[in-house]
Design a protein around this ligand. Structure first.
Ligand SMILES: [Zn+2]
Ligand SMILES: [Zn+2]
Length: 243
């Protein structure tokens, strides 16, 4: 498997970048995980739209979905202009229901629902869903093929599902949407320090921090995570990671 970071900004895109969007290649098949602001543009730097074969939306916050609307236009128009664009599966949580209905596009998407502890096969990889703790129904994904594991937390705070989601993952993408100095009574994202601690406890092999707010100094996030996981890295847009 190969994973290309299309965008990893949290909440809104930093200048010239995109929010959450990850292009997963499984034996030459292309799967888009999340489709935030700026992702459609970045996606086309790597593949043609007729090469996109599946989409998984981890939850329905705008920074993970906002380019779906323009992707529908691109698919409709591409077909009209003779590109061989077919209908593709799109997985998302079942709630909030109005946002699930807004995804509907019968010519483009076969909508399917993610559930906690559900597994499904995709191009020979096994995708297992773990519900995380976030204001919307959200799923972390553990994707396994030929003994190699990619795990992505999506958006979350510490919760019991993170240990089985991340256990000994070869590559772990973790929501570093907060920092220890921003700790508040109610949190909606992990701090970078929590990412480092949980990654170390879960014995992951490689940790990439994602979902940093554009206001953050990445060096601060990195220093926090490295207190617990010295090899922590920031996910770099445009970079491809082999798993
Ligand atoms: Zn979110
Ligand atoms: Zn988010």
């Amino acid at each position: 498997m190969k994973l290309t970071i299309l965008g990893a900004s949290g909440a809104f895109p930093a200048p010239g970048t995109a929010t959450s969007g990850y292009l997963l290649e499984i034996d030459g098949h292309h799967v888009l995980i999340d489709c935030g602001s700026g992702v459609l543009s970045r996606l086309q730097e790597h593949i043609r739209l007729d090469q996109l074969e599946a989409i998984i939306l981890t939850h329905l916050h705008s920074d993970h979905t906002s380019d779906i609307g323009v992707l529908k236009y691109a698919m409709d128009l591409g077909r009209k202009f003779g590109q061989p664009i077919g209908k593709i599966p799109l997985w998302s949580p079942a709630t909030p229901q109005p946002l699930v209905i807004a995804l509907e596009s019968p010519d483009n998407f076969e909508q399917q629902t993610l559930k906690d502890d559900q597994s499904f096969d995709l191009f020979g990889a096994t995708i297992r869903c773990f519900a995380t703790e976030h204001p919307f129904e959200t799923y972390g994904l553990r994707i396994e093929k030929d003994g190699k594991v990619l795990a992505t937390t999506s958006d979350t705070i510490p919760c019991t599902n993170l240990a089985p989601l991340l256990r000994k993952a070869d590559l772990a993408l973790m929501d570093a949407g907060s920092l220890e100095r921003l700790r508040a009574p109610v949190m909606v994202h992990l701090t970078a320090a929590e990412c480092g601690q949980i990654a170390a406890d879960s014995q992951v092999h490689r940790l990439l921090l994602i979902h940093l707010l554009p206001f953050f100094d990445p060096e601060e996030s990195l220093a926090e995570a490295r207190r617990h996981f010295p090899a922590a890295e920031i996910a770099h847009p445009g970079q491809t990671y082999a798993i």
